[in-house]
Design a protein around this ligand. Structure first.
Ligand code: ACO
Length: 273
């Protein structure tokens, strides 16, 4: 099954239960304009509850994944209009990043090229991230006289730790996909010509898992990263108990296949859905 959306700042195609969503302003290195941000929210809404979508991949057309915020249309033009316009533009951008952060379906950032500043928001929003080895990541804010706002400072500390974050933010030097993987900004880096195949491979593994359990898992990982140990324990017990009401059959079936049928082992792969 396959289809295409009309608007041109963000495009998508659904193939074999994978929604391939693309930033599509390659001539502007896919930087985030207010129009793109509004369109991305629509696209995420269109795809979130579709039964033929099991995984969402976010990538970019051309040489960039996303060159951050649009310095002209997002910053300069809104600042000229005043604080109301600035706040509106922020809500539109941060709104879709948040929607993506708590998306119903598993998400993968497929970082094909340039990834700067404001792109770290959606990078963090995606559950997994795979980069081309030669993709370039940078907190370029310092290079044009601002601090890494819009969540970027938080993302770099969260994903890479204090020393790397400080160096990256203060020096304004880019790192490539390999270094980004070493730092934990992305899960792994592969040669550009293998990028789509590797992301497809990961998506296919996810498609073979229980969808309720995947959603619970990704939300749990995000929640507990901000909790104390005891609060995490409490959250996890309650969340699993609540999930048992929502999907009691999945785990019973898995247990049956393991204990009774002996047709699968949870330590070696997913049960037969
Ligand atoms: N905002 C607005 N326009 C942009 C942006 C951006 N973030 N990034 C690229 N563009 C535009 C360029 O102005 C240029 O427009 P033009 O064709 O009308 O002149 C077009 O995209 C192509 O850009 P080039 O610079 O010519 O492309 P090149 O491939 O040589 O370089 C690179 C790519 C390195 C990404 C460069 O465009 C760049 O440095 N972009 C800005 C990156 C950045 O610092 N982003 C902001 C991060 S901070 C934040 O988001 C809060």
């Amino acid at each position: 099954m396959s289809d295409r959306a009309q608007d041109d700042t963000v495009t998508y195609v659904v193939e074999n239960r994978i929604a391939w969503v693309s930033f599509n302003r390659p001539e502007k290195r896919n930087c985030q304009s207010p129009r793109l941000n509004r369109r991305m929210m629509q696209v995420l809404e269109e795809l979130e509850f579709r039964e033929d979508v099991g995984v969402l991949v976010l990538t970019g057309e051309g040489s960039a994944w996303c060159a951050g915020m649009d310095l002209k249309e997002y910053f300069r033009e809104n600042e000229e209009k005043g604080l109301g316009a600035v706040r509106k533009a922020q809500r539109e951008a941060y709104g879709w990043w948040e929607r993506l952060r708590w998306y119903e379906k598993p998400t993968i950032a497929m970082v094909n090229g340039w990834c700067f500043g404001g792109a770290y928001g959606p990078l963090f929003s995606c559950d997994l991230a795979v980069a081309a080895e030669d993709a370039q990541f940078g907190l370029s804010e310092i290079n044009w006289g601002i601090l890494p706002g819009g969540g970027a400072s938080k993302v770099i500390v969260e994903l890479t730790g204090f020393r790397n974050a400080m160096y990256h933010a203060m020096m304004g030097e880019n790192v490539d996909g390999r270094k980004a993987a070493e730092w934990g900004l992305v899960n792994e880096a592969v040669p550009a010509d293998r990028l789509k195949a590797r992301v497809t491979e990961i998506a296919q593994v996810l498609l073979g898992k229980n969808a309720h359990a995947l959603r619970g898992t990704k939300w749990a990982i995000r929640r507990v990263s901000e909790m104390t140990f005891d609060n995490s324990m409490d959250y996890l017990v309650r969340t699993q108990e609540a999930a048992n009401f929502f999907d009691s059959e999945g785990r019973k079936e898995a247990t049956r296949q393991f204990i009774d049928d002996k047709t699968f082992k949870p330590g070696l792969g997913a049960y037969d859905l």
